[in-house]
Design a protein around this ligand. Structure first.
Ligand code: SPV
Ligand code: MG
Length: 555
């Protein structure tokens, strides 16, 4: 069941090429979307956000390179950027090929190269080289129709991937030549072999493109770029039967705003204090870059040295139904908390604590758990089984020094250090201040633990505390704390937990058992002592909307 580690960007082991996937998007009976990206990083972010395809915008790539959208960057310089983008992602890219970077011959070379580089398709526009951005000036000259049809034919004849897509972009409306000219060109480009038409408009309403679509019908897919008519509801495009809407430049513009803000603030304040916490952490940068995959490869290919690595198994199979519509399309661990999924925040904390291999047990809407550089295993029976069964799916990963955690918790990073430093083969983190959580009402208190003695709070108290049992049925007056949903196992602890899983499987209790049952059984067994690390608040789990609000404040 283990999914092999896939560096973000490595092609999925599927026979369907990126070009075929782009073709499917263009031909889809539903409205599909392409999101702009302009380099490897933004391309990864587009994929991560759940888009099925990327628009490699000429405007954005040029601007990110610090030049104008006037073919100032050569086509091979663009190609180099595209190569990074394609390597970094597994979704198809439609390249903004401007006017084809020259005449038919340049289009031939470009299409052949794009096919070699695993790019899904090219969009070429019927203007003149060097191009001018469509939103600049009025009445830009258009290409001769026959000459442009020659480019389309040359491109289609040069593709080495049969599914490579050529989209012919019509600029007649942009240049003020009107609907009839746009339709005349559509007819010619379609006949020349274009796989789809892009009808561009700079009007503030969608009237022009809707009129075009109404007259053209469904004879070939029609793509739009609603940058200027952005107030038109997407349902209008859907109803009109457009094939693809391109969100053409918004990552570039977002980056400009964010970078300006942060640069100006640091310049003004001569300090980083004001921006730390507002920008992505260095850990996130490493995660986005796929550093974990390199660490994994080093483990595989380099002679081993240094301390054994820490692992984590995260249980993230449940939906979190109490969160209602927020979990309609994703498990609760993937809900955004201040712009980032909970699970990503948890993983960043684990990474900071020195955890290398992270295995996530997925279940409900498992495809949404698509973070880079994690291992995943699936509990496909998540709807009818409990946490112990989910953990059993990851039994092979319970090895060495291993953290077990619920996928929907957040805790302060130092808890992990304390857990790692604690003596014992199995150590569970128990919140001694649980009564305050109960009073604050932030969360219904469950997962209560009975321990060998209460938390003393004394600075000098180093005596070990052990777990007697945990459960939702522990009477509050007998409880010493609430389990945080976090535990650490040594290699022997892992073996002991695997032993309990096997025993539960043998006596039929595994499917319905919780982790509380599992740790209680381990504690009762007597062979392995379950140690308790008392902590004092500063953690939360997300079960309902109120927790989500708290999670936002916790960061
Ligand atoms: C681009 O993104 O570079 C485009 C779309 O060509 S537009 O800028 O709208 O012309
Ligand atoms: Mg462009």
């Amino acid at each position: 069941m283990t999914t092999p580690l896939r560096p973000l960007g490595a092609a999925e082991p599927a026979e369907i090429t990126k070009a075929a996937r782009l073709a499917a998007l263009l031909r889809s009976p539903r409205l599909e979307f392409l999101m702009e990206a302009h380099d490897g990083m933004s391309a990864k972010i587009v994929e991560e956000a759940g888009f099925k395809g990327i628009w490699a915008s000429g405007l954005s790539i040029a601007t990110a390179l610090g030049v104008r959208d006037n073919n100032e960057a050569s086509w091979t310089q663009v190609l180099e950027v595209l190569e990074f983008m394609a390597d970094a992602t597994s979704i198809p890219i439609l390249v903004d090929g401007d006017t084809g970077w020259g005449n038919f011959n340049n289009v031939r070379r470009a299409v052949a190269k794009l096919c070699q580089r695993g790019i899904g398709g090219i969009c070429i526009e019927d203007k003149l080289f060097p191009k001018t951005n469509s939103f600049i000036g009025e009445g830009q000259p258009l290409a001769d129709i026959d000459e442009f049809c020659g480019k389309i034919k040359a491109g289609k004849d040069s593709q080495t991937d049969p599914d490579f897509c050529l989209v012919a972009r019509i600029e007649a409306l942009i240049s003020g030549w009107g609907l009839d000219e746009a339709l005349r060109r559509a007819e010619a480009y379609h006949a020349a072999g274009a796989d789809a038409l892009l009808i561009h408009s700079k009007m503030p309403t969608a009237d022009e493109v809707l009129a075009f679509k109404g007259a053209w019908g469904d004879r070939a897919p029609v793509v739009i770029v609603p940058t200027k008519y952005h107030t038109t509801p997407t349902s209008v495009f859907r109803q009109a039967g457009f094939s693809v809407a391109i969100w053409a430049n918004h990552n570039l513009r977002a980056a400009i705003t964010a970078m300006r803000e942060v640069s100006r603030r640091i310049q003004r304040e001569e300090s980083l204090v004001g921006v730390e916490g507002q920008v992505a952490s260095v850990g996130e940068v490493f995660e986005l870059a796929g550093n974990d995959e390199l660490a994994e490869a080093e483990r595989r290919y380099l002679p081993s040295s240094g301390p054994p690595e820490r692992r984590a198994v995260l249980l993230a199979a449940s939906r979190g139904a109490a969160l209602g519509p927020l979990t309609a399309d994703r498990p609760k661990c993937m809900i955004d908390v201040r712009g980032e999924p909970l699970l990503r925040r948890l993983i960043a904390t684990l990474r900071e604590g020195g955890v290398g291999e992270v295995t996530v047990v997925r279940g409900y809407r498992k495809e949404m758990i698509n973070l880079p550089s994690i291992r995943t295993v699936d509990n496909d029976l998540y709807a009818v089984t409990g946490e112990a069964a989910s953990l059993a799916c990851a039994a092979d990963h319970l090895q060495g020094d291993c953290v077990i955690a619920y996928g929907d918790i957040l805790f302060r990073h130092h808890y992990l250090d304390q857990l790692m430093a604690a003596d014992g083969d199995v150590v569970v983190a128990v919140d001694a201040l649980w009564r305050q959580r109960a009073v604050s009402g932030s969360d219904p208190v469950r997962d209560l633990a009975v321990c060998s003695r209460p938390f003393s709070g004394s600075y000098l108290d180093d005596d070990p505390v052990t777990l007697v049992r945990m459960g939702n049925d522990v009477p509050p007056d007998r409880a010493h704390g609430e389990w945080v949903g976090l535990a650490r196992l040594s290699d022997r602890g892992c073996a002991a937990v695997r032993g309990v899983i096997e025993a539960m499987a043998a006596d039929g209790t595994l499917p319905k058992a919780s982790l509380l049952d599992l740790f209680s059984r381990l504690a009762a067994g007597g062979e392995t002592t379950v140690r308790v690390l008392y902590v004092a608040g500063q953690w939360l789990d997300v079960d309902d909307a109120a927790d989500l609000v708290h999670a936002g404040q916790f960061l």
